[in-house]
Design a protein around this ligand. Structure first.
Ligand code: GLV
Ligand code: MN
Ligand code: MN
Length: 418
């Protein structure tokens, strides 16, 4: 057994990984902790530069593709497609140091560990960071990995306008990450991503590792409501066409439908804007977003239909116009059973407890899943908190996940060609 895996006792350097996590978290650091590094912002550029610098220091061949994804390649004994890991380094505006960043930096730590040990793998290894995984500035989320794997159209994505009116293409040019590498043709031999769980399950069950079975489907829709502005004191209630009231009704319905449907259905209204947003003026316009997710595509479609019916009814009742725009729509993804088993058995071999579990959050890995055997490794999130400046995972928990990543990558990269 040991002879088959001469690297079985190899472990990552936890302090070195931790140092990189904290160095990267200083770019876009928020007061009171946390990070704001929206995709393609100046902070994102600085973080990209630093990670590129680390990739080059580690001897990786760095390439940048047309949507700004960055890949660092470590040669293998063969020229076969690489075994790939990675994630993202953009954050939501109220992000933490680990979401995405952990997967990229743990990938670099694996490379440095192999370099130090003088290990040459059969297949090349690649570490990537993908543009705009969060979707917080530009929708949809998982944009870079989606284009990379051919699920999203490059030109359409370059034309996407963000919350500040700038397009992805303009901002890529501005920060110097509009690369030349073609997209949509990159074939990875395997893809495996380390990520914090961003939910409470592992911590509550006192389990060290999650072997991720899949990712739930995501449906993001923006609703724009057009009513009539009028005086808050003089307009009788039955004569109002109140965009603010309709927005509020949609917020309540989103919660109600998720509670009624159960079976893992979740619904979130994360953004609401009112115009003119004044104390004594009935809102003439409102804009809001609804995020619906479910592991079951049929259930997700049911949630979409139910919300759609409600929107029609409330528009008629209040006599307002409601238009809608899909911001993101991804079907649920099921990861490769053999890769899930590999994560599970690797964790067991390292003496770590492991739970097979689906992901509630979207991830770059889901874009690879249709094209190559894919899975993910989760480590616990303290208090189940993420997309929050208090996001935290302890150093020993990170080390456990990074060692599972090291050993799974080594397993995949030292197998003879299929
Ligand atoms: C991405 O982080 C998402 O799940 O919204
Ligand atoms: Mn993430
Ligand atoms: Mn995130």
């Amino acid at each position: 057994m040991q002879a088959e895996r001469p690297w079985a006792d190899l472990r990552i350097n936890s302090e070195r990984l931790n140092n990189r996590i904290h160095q990267l978290a200083r770019i876009g650091a928020l007061e009171g902790g946390g990070v704001c590094r929206l995709a393609l912002s100046d902070e994102d550029r600085k973080a990209r530069d630093l990670v590129c610098h680390w990739m080059k220091q580690l001897g990786l061949t760095v390439s940048i593709d047309r949507i700004g994804n960055v890949t660092g390649l470590r040669k293998g004994k063969t020229d076969s497609p690489p075994v790939m890991t990675g994630s993202h380094i953009d954050t939501v505006a109220t992000g933490g140091p680990y979401d995405g960043n952990l997967g990229v930096l743990a990938g670099l730590e694996v490379i440095e560990t192999l370099n130090e040990a003088g290990i040459e793998t059969i297949h090349p290894l690649a570490v990537g960071y993908f543009t705009n995984e969060e979707g917080a500035r530009f929708a949809p989320d998982m944009m870079g990995s989606g284009v990379h794997q051919g699920a999203l159209d490059l030109d359409q994505m370059l034309a996407v306008r963000g919350i500040d009116g700038k397009t992805v293409g303009q901002e890529l040019e501005r920060i110097g990450y509009a690369g030349e590498q073609p997209v949509g043709q990159f074939y990875a031999r395997r893809y495996i991503e380390l990520h914090i769980e961003q939910g409470p399950v592992l911590e509550q069950r006192d389990i060290q590792i999650g072997a991720v079975t899949g990712v739930q489907g995501i449906s993001w829709t923006e609703y724009s409501i057009r009513g009539i502005s009028n005086h808050a004191g003089t307009t009788p209630m039955e004569l109002r066409h109140d965009a603010g009231y309709v927005a509020a009704q949609i917020v309540v319905e989103a919660r109600r439908l998720a509670r009624d449907m159960g079976q893992g259905q979740v619904a979130t209204v994360g953004q609401v804007e009112m115009i003119p947003n004044l104390v004594n003026v009935i809102a003439r316009e409102a804009r809001l977003t609804v995020d619906l997710r479910n592991m079951d595509e049929q259930r997700l479609q049911l949630a979409e239909k139910r919300l759609g019916r409600f929107i029609d009814e409330i528009a008629t009742a209040e006599q307002v116009e409601i238009s809608q725009r899909s911001l993101a729509r991804f079907q649920p993804v099921h990861f490769d059973p053999a890769m899930i088993e590999l994560v599970d058995s690797t964790a067991a071999r390292l003496g770590l407890s492991c739970l097979k579990m689906p992901s509630g959050a979207g991830h770059d890995a889901q874009m690879f899943a249709p094209n190559c055997p894919t899975s993910m490794i989760f480590v616990p999130s303290q208090g189940g908190i993420s997309h929050n400046i208090h996001e935290f995972t302890a150093t020993h928990q990170i080390a456990a996940g990074a060692n599972v990543l090291l050993q799974t990558l080594l397993h995949c990269a030292t197998q003879e060609p299929d």
